[in-house]
Design a protein around this ligand. Structure first.
Ligand SMILES: Nc1nc2c(ncn2[C@@H]2O[C@H](COP(=O)(O)OP(=O)(O)OP(=O)(O)O)[C@@H](O)[C@H]2O)c(=O)[nH]1
Ligand SMILES: [Mg+2]
Length: 380
């Protein structure tokens, strides 16, 4: 296995020259992100709607959100014929947003440095630890079309601690922290379809407050908060990403690369994963599409201190990691084309598409196997 090559691969994403570095966010900013006035919440939702399609990544600490985003952004640089190429996109924040210049700089730094930070096991987010929207301009290569299809995405980068269990029972009367204003602003005020990715670990996520047993109840709470706060959910597309798929399928390369619907159903039926999976599935009558994807961002290795080192989505399983990322880029393409003037859901790779379910499919209430390679759609 050529580890050096894989390490090189993680530095290949085109990087803008910027020598700035992050400072670690303080604990209080993680648990108390900057509050936004209702006017700023509305401005934020309106401004993002003008320039981008929002993608909300939600999951607890160490569930794999940042690794997923870093791998997704690195995918074009390490894949032979990528579906998509990216660059940093248009500014997303309204001028009324507190410390708008610093937050915009943080988001740009994230775009440029996410992968390096993951590889070095260093904290992400910005200097404050507040949730960020990272602007990513994507150019999709459309078969038989000379011009690419272009769209700006606003990816949420948030520390999972913000939605975990509150340290002392009774804080705000809740066991869990509620969603920060940066997220609830979009749920309450964004008119138009959102793409939501709920990140549920299949195995062993290391969380400051414990592993899987805490991850899934916190995710249930976040899903219920989505349900409670979201005003226009009938247009939303939701994806449950079952991360740590590599750990769950350890030593079973075929299962890792080619899971069937049954394999996936088995992984989802384990406690405590089934709690968040059931909460997610319960939204099937309310939203536009629900999908499920087993996922791993790339190759990890324990270093001498026992820390996990991310060595990139290359190496012997490169094609599998690419297929995971392609499934997500393709899903986003479908969501964003439907969201654009065309109002028609398109697919670059029909085999990994999520189309709205047909009448017959709606009559069914179990997992539909939608593709051989990763993205499974739920019937509505
Ligand atoms: N084996 C394996 N390890 C993973 C996977 N996803 C993430 N990790 C590891 O878990 C660590 C935490 O992942 P992150 O992507 O930082 O998790 P996060 O959800 O962004 O966590 P917060 O930012 O604290 O909310 C990473 O440094 C990796 O070492 C995965 O799918 N498989
Ligand atoms: Mg993170």
């Amino acid at each position: 296995m050529n580890i050096e090559k894989m390490q090189n691969s993680i530095t290949q994403k085109p990087q803008e020259k910027n020598s700035d570095s992050f400072t670690s966010p303080s604990i209080s900013s993680i648990t108390h992100p900057e509050q936004l006035s209702s006017d700023v919440c509305i401005d934020l939702a309106t401004n993002i709607k003008r320039v981008a399609h929002p993608v909300l990544l939600i999951g607890i600490g160490a569930s794999g959100k940042t690794s997923l985003l870093a791998s997704l952004l690195n995918y074009p640089a390490i894949t032979k014929q990528p579906l998509v190429t990216t660059r940093y996109g248009s500014p997303l924040l309204p001028s009324s947003y507190p410390k708008v210049e610093i937050r915009t700089k943080d988001a740009r730094l994230f775009y440029n440095k996410a992968l390096e930070k993951i590889a070095a096991n260093q904290p992400q987010a910005g200097s404050s630890g507040d949730p960020l929207y990272v602007s990513v301009h994507a150019s999709y290569k459309v078969p038989n079309h000379p011009q690419p299809w272009e769209r700006n995405f606003a990816f949420l980068e948030m520390m999972g601690e913000m939605i975990e269990m509150a340290p002392s029972p009774g804080e705000n009367g809740d066991s869990f922290r509620s969603l920060p204003d940066q997220v609830s602003a979009l749920l309450s005020h964004y008119e138009g379809p959102l793409s939501l990715i709920f990140v549920g670990p299949a195995a062993n996520a290391r969380s400051p407050i414990g592993g899987l047993d805490n991850a899934h109840p916190a995710l249930v709470n976040a899903i219920q908060n989505y349900q409670r706060l979201r005003t226009n959910q009938s247009k939303d597309n939701l994806l449950y990403v079952l991360t740590y798929w590599d750990q769950w399928t350890q030593n079973q390369p075929n299962l890792f690369a080619h899971p069937t619907g049954e394999d996936l159903a088995q992984a989802l039926s384990q406690q405590p994963v089934r709690q968040s999976w059931n909460a997610f599935r319960a939204l099937h009558n309310c939203v536009r599409t629900l999908s499920i994807l087993p996922y791993a961002p790339g190759f990890f290795k324990d270093d001498a201190q026992g820390n996990k080192m991310f060595l990139g989505a290359a190496g012997p399983n490169a094609e599998v990691y690419a297929s995971f990322n392609e499934a997500i880029w393709n899903w986003l393409y479908g969501n964003a084309t439907e969201d654009s003037v065309a109002q028609k859901r398109l697919s670059l790779k029909p085999s990994i598409a999520t189309q709205p379910p047909s009448f017959m499919e709606r009559a069914l209430s179990y997992l539909l196997l939608d593709m051989g390679k990763g993205l499974f759609r739920l019937s509505k």
